[in-house]
Ligand binder design. Sequence first.
Ligand SMILES: Cc1cc2nc3c(=O)[nH]c(=O)nc-3n(C[C@H](O)[C@H](O)[C@H](O)COP(=O)(O)OP(=O)(O)OC[C@H]3O[C@@H](n4cnc5c(N)ncnc54)[C@H](O)[C@@H]3O)c2cc1C
Length: 234
Amino acid sequence: MVARFDEPIRGWDGALQSVYSDHFDADGIKLVSVYSPVNVLAAGMPGVGPALRRRARALPFCGVFGALIHDEGGGRVRPGPGREPLLTYQMAPRDLARVRRSVTLLAEIAMAAGAREVFTSIFGFPPITSMDQARAMERADYDARRVECMAFHPLGSARVANDPRRGVVDQDGQSFELPGLFVADGSILPTSIGVNSQLPIMAMATRIAHRLADRFPRLLARARAAAAPAIASG
Ligand SMILES: Cc1cc2nc3c(=O)[nH]c(=O)nc-3n(C[C@H](O)[C@H](O)[C@H](O)COP(=O)(O)OP(=O)(O)OC[C@H]3O[C@@H](n4cnc5c(N)ncnc54)[C@H](O)[C@@H]3O)c2cc1C
């Protein structure tokens, strides 16, 4: 959510994810500052023409805050009509309840901090301009289709499993349906893990790499020979 203040904030200066609060962890909600690149932010502001230009010019006065939720819903990746896959996602009722609570919390916090306007990311809703309006968001009438969410850690689209009926690759990262094809990225994690995903992905990828090296020693020797000049030159 974006909140416009009177004083300049210049959110692009310094560390982007510099503040967070785990006060609402028990409710499954983590609050974080999440400044995005200004061109992305500007394009995401509501309005067209002069109204959008006015809002884009106000970006130096805007703070961006988000709520992280460890979702329990899931999506599907299916073959699409062309080369691109078709992705669908259905938000679970529990997650929608947390999103609704987060929107209210973030709006209240922004208004308490002196925001003039709060843009909620709920499609079709005007900006919030008072504490009463912020509190009223808890009861506002909207469903998941109107919530503009982002997924920072999409995982599990080719999940690892012991059984081909339950996953796409085995514990070595090898595809059940296409032996010889190995997958070593975030898609093999069995589910959304609810924490930053880079380290677990690197751990899984390293494990798969070691198993590949054990299994294909000649391939490893060739890869080492090919990489040697680059390693030698630093
Ligand atoms: C805004 C944002 C903030 C994040 N912050 C954090 C954080 O603070 N800490 C953390 O742990 N995680 C963070 N993450 C999550 C983390 O970045 C990802 O989980 C992780 O990078 C996924 O790794 P991956 O190897 O699965 O995929 P990626 O890192 O997405 O790598 C996929 C690679 O494949 C390439 N590729 C795609 N298609 C093709 C093709 N056809 N041919 C060849 N190459 C192709 C892409 O260019 C890319 O380099 C963040 C993610 C986002 C979006």
